[in-house]
Design a protein around this ligand. Sequence first.
Ligand SMILES: C=C1C[C@]23C[C@@]1(O)CC[C@H]2[C@@]12CC[C@H](O)[C@@](C)(C(=O)O1)[C@H]2[C@@H]3C(=O)O
Ligand code: AKG
Ligand code: FE2
Length: 327
Amino acid sequence: MVMLSPTPGRNRKTMAVGIPTVDLSQDRSVVIELIIKACQEYGFFKVTNHGIDKEIVERLEDEAVDFFSKPASEKQRAGPANPFGYGCKNIGRNGDTGELEYLLLEANRLYISKRSETISNDPVEFSCAANDYVQSVKELTCEILDLVAEGLWVLDKHVLSRLIRDVQSDSLIRINHYPAVNEVKEWDPSPKTIGFGEHSDPQMLTILRSNDVAGLQIQLQDGFWVPVPPDPAGFYVIVGDALQVLTNGRFVSVRHRALANSHKTRMSMMFFGAPSLNTWISPLPEVVSPNNPSLYKPFTWSEFKKAAYSLRLGDTRLDLFKTPTTD
Ligand SMILES: C=C1C[C@]23C[C@@]1(O)CC[C@H]2[C@@]12CC[C@H](O)[C@@](C)(C(=O)O1)[C@H]2[C@@H]3C(=O)O
Ligand SMILES: O=C(O)CCC(=O)C(=O)O
Ligand SMILES: [Fe+2]
């Protein structure tokens, strides 16, 4: 990873850094080592040679382009997002806003089929595209979680992926659409229209894919923001709060944000891998020892979600679940 000096100019807190990239076709032991390192240092990496068919991605992307190009009154039929459905500018229930519109859906087959009726004039087409995409990215999530378990020397190699494969899994899919900005102020060397404000994802793992328009940034542990170059052929992997807890803080849930100051429309699709609502979340026994006691109180995914939804987007909700001795 090459570290360059901070970008000169007014926005000093942005830095050009190479994003860790994992070619999944490499030798398994190499892949595991790279993933563990990236999750510990950044909570973020890109995967290439992931095996997901380009056509599956493009079908959902085309469906999303059709949806977002509809008149506002038609899109509202799929909204308002509370939290699921079509949302415009409002994020969550506590006053957060951004320069975007989105579709947020539960990532299960029946739910998507039902919801498709308000999203598309051809609900079967939308539903097939979304369900095929979910199935592919869910498989990728599980593959990565199995590699993580192996890399952490966890005895039950599928302990993490089983949570996502569970039929009751609370995983979500989100498609964000950031409209093009007509007028980028020429005099401003670092325009910063916030599309989606800084936050960490509450779930275990997020798989993000975008079109070829920039905007995503991740925050390093020293506070610097790093722009992530868009790569429509790759997928970005984001460690979420739940995986930070399961690994007892060895992995970091990375803070990230999306800027919306491009002349071109940006579109991103996220799969948020989460366990079922009644799953207990606490560090895996293999990452806890007398020298390394649990940093978090056990909680259910439902309790954590409730806390997340009662807070603002940028709040560090994990603070509420730390064991008293760690403060
Ligand atoms: C402001 C909020 C939006 C959010 C729920 C929350 O209260 C805090 C977490 C937010 C977030 C961030 C990652 C995902 O985009 C999301 C769907 C999630 O699970 O947590 C959003 C929530 C949302 O937009 O409903
Ligand atoms: O749209 C993006 O690129 C990021 C959005 C995001 O982080 C989210 O929806 O949780
Ligand atoms: Fe996010």
